[in-house]
Design a binder for this molecule. Structure first.
Ligand SMILES: Cc1cc2nc3c(=O)[nH]c(=O)nc-3n(C[C@H](O)[C@H](O)[C@H](O)COP(=O)(O)O)c2cc1C
Ligand code: SF4
Length: 422
């Protein structure tokens, strides 16, 4: 275990502390010093990858894949790309926005270091279409960095060249999935590609491409500056560092918080959220966003990290946590989630397209109290089929909310059916 008593922020350290439009202020708090260190100390791309690997940094976009490993797998080519995934379409998540709008130069530097590590010269920031302010501030930061010679040819006197283009997202949840995001940047409809090949081998315009989340990249400059051991001083052994959690729903103080990886749900609710709203009893939490799992009070003391949650079929995802008190209805909430997924299924493959339609129809019926017990079993069966047969993780992951709701809170669904039958 790392030192769990160090709650200091890493990625949000300067967000909304410095003026996001001021390059001078960003440099004043250390922006671009990690890249300068790389150049001054003559660190090779392999050296950079080794530090990131040793830090144990794992992707904050949802899957928790080791970042250094991803960079080391990226193929060598005459053209390599780095993409920062700032699509942030997960309902109840707005952590990346705070970095984009509060500390854009940290992100530029993180992308720059990733590019140096994998031999990329061009980067894209794909920002959620609705995030007008994020797009404006990111664009302004890129322009000021370019003007100051921090982007472009021969960065900081080295022979490394790199530039960034800010892209506006196409407005679909599935465009946050890395391969449909790539399709979208290429100007096509955002349909996910079948993997493999992974983007590291064949990505944007069929060239090797690294796709990393905003929060992941924002962790890179301090890792280079302070070292892998320092980073491992936060969080847990297999999930070092901090996590930016979005804590919403029935808590006294909803919002964003950066806490060490492995903080328990109980600690998060009490210490950062000010307790369950109105002093009511905790009923459940939806952890990991809409495609996450409902967990009940039995798991309040489980560490929130990529590995511990897996033990009971839950995921950390992007760190979105919706707390529900005793008054909340899981039946109604699940129906809302299924309505969202029916709308967001891209329709490319049959299991997800037809499965989402069937799931929503059943859930609507159950919500109205008009279903049967067999409908509940049918919903799990459909979600299991989608998990096995869907083309991309959007369809595959429906089993998490559906399975967890219908097993852990089955009595509530049965009660809804009984109430209406009587
Ligand atoms: C439906 C769907 C939506 C996703 N949305 C996002 C997103 O908004 N932001 C993000 O970083 N990753 C998102 N991902 C995960 C990406 O595909 C990818 O794993 C991630 O950007 C990799 O970055 P990381 O290794 O730094 O986590 C999504 C995945 C799926 C299946
Ligand atoms: S699983 Fe759903 S979102 Fe993914 S490709 Fe198939 S239809 Fe599209």
């Amino acid at each position: 275990m790392g030192n769990r008593e160090k709650p200091d922020r890493i990625v949000l350290q300067h967000s909304h502390v410095i003026d996001p439009y001021s390059l001078e202020e960003a440099i004043g708090v250390g922006a671009y010093s990690a890249m300068a260190k790389i150049v001054e100390e003559g660190m090779s791309p392999e050296d950079v990858i080794e530090i990131v690997k040793a830090s144990g940094l794992r992707g904050r976009g949802g899957a928790g894949f080791p970042t250094g490993l991803k960079w080391s797998f990226t193929a060598k080519d005459d053209q390599v790309y780095v993409i920062c995934n700032a699509d942030e379409g997960e309902p109840g998540t707005f952590k990346d926005r705070l970095i984009l709008e509060g500390d854009p130069h940290r992100l530029i530097e993180g992308m720059m270091i990733a590019a140096y590590a994998v031999g990329a010269t061009v980067g894209f920031v794909y920002v959620r279409g609705e995030y007008a302010l994020s797009i404006e501030r990111m664009t302004a930061a890129v322009e000021s960095a370019r003007k100051a010679g921090l982007l472009g040819k021969g960065i900081l006197g080295s022979n490394f060249s790199f530039d960034i283009e800010v892209k506006r997202g196409a407005g679909a949840y599935v465009c946050g999935e890395e391969t449909s995001l790539i399709e979208s940047i290429e100007g096509k409809r955002g349909y996910p590609r079948l993997k493999p090949p992974y983007p590291g081998a064949m990505g944007l315009w069929d060239k090797p491409t690294v796709v990393n989340n905003v929060e992941t990249l924002a962790n890179v400059p301090p890792i280079i500056n302070e070292g892998a051991d320092w980073f491992r001083g936060y969080g847990t052994e297999t999930c070092p560092g901090t996590k930016v959690f979005t804590l919403l729903g029935h808590v006294e103080k909803p919002g964003l918080t950066e806490a060490p990886m492995g903080t328990t749900l109980q600690e998060l609710i009490d210490r950062y959220g000010g307790g369950v709203k109105g002093g009511k009893a905790f009923k459940a939490a939806l952890v990991g966003g809409a495609a996450g799992a409902f967990i009940c009070g039995d798991y309040l003391n489980t560490p929130l990290d990529f590995d511990s949650l897996q033990e009971f079929s839950a995921v950390l995802g992007s760190g979105a946590i919706l707390v529900l008190n005793e008054d909340a209805s899981i039946v109604d909430l699940l129906d809302g989630i299924l309505s969202f997924f029916k709308h967001e299924s891209c329709g490319q493959c049959v299991p997800c397209r037809a499965g989402n339609t069937a799931l929503r129809a059943l859930s609507k019926k159950v919500r109205a109290g008009e279903g049967t017990l067999a409908d509940l079993d049918k919903m799990i069966e459909i979600a299991e089929t989608m998990q096995a047969m869907s083309y991309c993780p959007l369809g595959q992951s429906l089993i998490l909310p559906v399975g967890s709701a219908l097993t852990r809170f089955r009595a509530e669904f049965e009660a809804r059916l009984r109430t209406s039958a009587s």
